[in-house]
Design a protein around this ligand. Structure first.
Ligand code: ADP
Ligand code: MG
Length: 331
């Protein structure tokens, strides 16, 4: 059983989604998207565990930042406005200098997005650090805005991706000694891995144009795959259209490393979204306004054999997306 089969088998049970409880609590969205929604609020939770999600030598300021950033990224993926968060933290010891740095990284990002810490829980752990944040956002009341779900991609929509994906994975591979990159590349990419920028403004600006959206936490193929599965559609993408980090350019690394990083690399926290072709120019303008590359990487197509499928082209040829291209999954 993989991570998603565990969730669906044991936690996403029918009685949990009964109509009665939905009505009672004004629950509009439940398990299956980047956030759940009740009334006008969106809510999400992410867990960061030492040795699994971060190295023990991570700078505590960066860890504080990342703990909140990954949650703000889920709020961004729904096109919502961050409001509040709760902090659960388990620590093996009380290192005050560490805590000062951690809270500084956490609260600086919170302040930047006007997101207020309203509660949490603090406990001692036996060995490892564990951080779990629950974040709450509000729907964007701008006219024509909608909540960006995974299940509304439409056939012939353009598929877009923000930023320079793959950089976080490039740093991780260097750290794990899967490959070696220059000191300059590592310094840049480790920063991207440890201090991701949640694309909150982008989520808000596309919320009146996009049909479906997800944040890329586990890799482009896997996360785009979640949109396709939820929307019962397929995708045709052209990898040459993805804005490429200079550190992933062929003068810097091999084709295999580059493809692995951009297609399967997690931890980028960029947004992948689909939108009608009529919004192309407006979306390009949003990219210019935010000074953020927005790549139009392909289009949504209909499903063959009732199975969502991604067909990818690279340098004019169809790329076989076999087992070498798998996204990150726990279990
Ligand atoms: P994301 O990467 O956006 O944080 P995940 O892939 O981790 O989302 O989770 C997929 C969906 O399953 C989300 O809607 C999430 O809230 C839900 N989910 C994950 N773990 C659990 C759990 N233990 N119980 C209930 N729902 C869960
Ligand atoms: Mg997400």
């Amino acid at each position: 059983m993989n991570e998603f089969e565990i969730i669906n088998t044991f936690f996403n049970q029918p009685q949990n989604n009964s109509k009665n409880s939905n009505n009672l609590h004004n629950l509009k969205l439940s398990i299956g998207d980047d956030c759940a929604m009740f009334g006008e609020y969106l809510i999400c939770k992410d867990l960061l565990l030492e040795h699994i999600h971060f190295f023990s030598d991570i700078d505590p300021y960066a860890l504080g930042h990342k703990s909140l950033a990954v949650n703000l990224s889920d709020l961004a993926a729904m096109g919502s406005i961050p409001c509040f968060f709760l902090l659960g933290i388990a620590l093996p010891n009380k290192d005050e200098a560490w805590l000062a740095q951690f809270s500084s990284g956490l609260l600086s990002l919170a302040q930047k997005h006007n997101c207020i810490l309203i509660g949490g829980d603090t406990t001692k752990s036996t060995k490892d650090i564990c951080i779990s944040i629950t974040a709450i956002g509000k729907i964007n009341s701008k006219s024509n805005s909608k909540i960006l779900q995974r299940n509304n991609a439409q056939i012939n929509d353009d598929i877009w991706v923000s930023g320079l994906i793959g950089e976080a994975r490039l740093a991780l591979g260097h750290k794990y000694k899967e490959w070696s990159i220059s000191a300059e590349a590592f310094e840049h990419c480790i920063q991207r891995m440890q201090m991701p920028s949640p694309r909150v403004e982008l989520g808000l600006l596309i919320s009146n144009m996009a049909n479906a959206c997800i944040d890329i936490s586990d890799g482009l193929l896997g996360d785009l795959g979640h949109i396709l599965k939820a929307s019962n559609v397929s995708a045709e993408i052209n990898i040459d259209n993805i804005a490429l980090s200079p550190y992933l350019h062929k003068t810097q690394c091999s084709k295999d490393i580059m493809l692995n990083c951009i297609l399967c690399g997690g931890d980028d926290y960029e947004l992948c979204f689909t939108a009608p072709t009529t919004h192309r120019n407006a979306i390009m303008e949003v990219g210019e306004q935010l000074n953020l590359p927005l790549s139009r990487i392909g289009k949504v197509s209909s499903q063959l054999h009732n199975m969502p499928n991604i067909s990818a082209q690279y340098e004019g040829e169809i790329l076989s997306l076999d087992n070498t291209f798998t996204s990150f999954m726990h279990f």
